[in-house]
Design a binder for this molecule. Structure first.
Ligand code: MF3
Ligand code: CO
Length: 274
């Protein structure tokens, strides 16, 4: 039986430092997001910022992933590779997913940005995906079971006719980038020991709704199409997808969101809750 790692207050102090590296990095990347900018430039800025903080870009080399950041444009759900021929265009959305490892502990979070003037329905997708993340954070409290997180996401986004991926989930995080449990973005009906585990002090995990406009092959769930690189995951219908991720720990005082969008909110002019 796989187990969910428990972390100490000292571990949590390290995890907050790693999360801070990601917060600063996302803000640095946000500064250069504009029409005409190549994805490789965003990746360069991100990697430099991570290294300037004496951290390591944990995605680079992970199962052969070639870059520091995952940069997913429009219909790319996750794990978009910053190829040299991809330039941001007016009206695009781009999710910037960043994992930094500092002192052996991982920080991992993601934000989806607008590039120039974005269609109203796409803006709504971003707003509602972020709202879904906050609904999920609200149920990620001690005493609740992990399965409630995905149920909250699915319940919130399905009212708009949106869908969530069958294959990509949130996850435990700490010494490993991906630890138990897997945290799907949909309701898990099957009784699975880990998804039925109660959230307790010492746990550390990421919640990361990925949401596309329109229903999937399976109602509120969709299956992605993969490019030949076997990383780039696209929506099956070409509709845009958004991705927001926060990182949480459970201390004596309860659940704490250790990721923060506040720094990048100052760059893009948004009011961010966390
Ligand atoms: N933030 C992504 C995740 O939680 C990180 C993927 S890194 C990659 O899965 F190396 F797999 F691309
Ligand atoms: Co993650």
């Amino acid at each position: 039986m796989p187990r969910i790692a428990k972390y100490t207050d000292e571990d949590f102090a390290r995890l907050r430092e790693s999360a801070n590296v990601v917060a600063v990095t996302l803000a640095e990347v946000a500064k250069v997001i504009a029409p005409g900018v190549p994805l490789t430039y965003l990746d360069q800025i991100g990697e430099q910022c991570i290294r300037d903080h004496h951290a390591v870009p944990a995605c680079k080399g992970y199962m052969g992933y070639p870059a520091a950041l995952c940069l997913s444009v429009n219909d790319v759900v996750v794990h978009g590779i910053p190829y040299p021929d991809i330039y941001l265009r007016d009206g695009d959305i781009v999710s910037v997913d960043c994992v930094a490892k500092l002192n052996g502990y991982h920080g991992d979070f993601c934000y989806t940005f607008e590039v120039g003037q974005v269609a109203e329905e796409t803006k709504l997708l971003l707003k509602r995906t972020k709202e879904a993340l906050y609904k999920a954070v609200e149920v990620a409290k001690e005493g609740h079971v992990f399965a409630e997180i995905g149920a909250a996401v699915e319940r919130y986004v399905s009212q708009f006719g949106y869908s969530v991926p069958a294959e990509f989930t949130g996850h435990g995080i700490g010494v490993g980038m991906h630890e138990e449990p897997s945290i799907p973005n949909y309701s898990v009906r099957q009784f699975n020991n880990l998804s039925r585990t109660r959230i307790e002090k010492g746990m550390s995990f990421c919640i990361e709704p990925m949401v596309k406009i329109g229903k999937g092959q399976n109602g509120s769930k969709f299956r992605s199409r993969f490019d030949n690189d076997e990383w780039t995951a696209r929506t099956p219908d070409g509709n845009p997808a958004a991705h927001f991720e926060h990182q949480l720990i459970v201390t004596d005082k309860g659940t704490e969101v250790i990721s923060s969008y506040k720094l990048l909110g100052e760059v893009i002019g948004t009011e961010e809750l966390y």
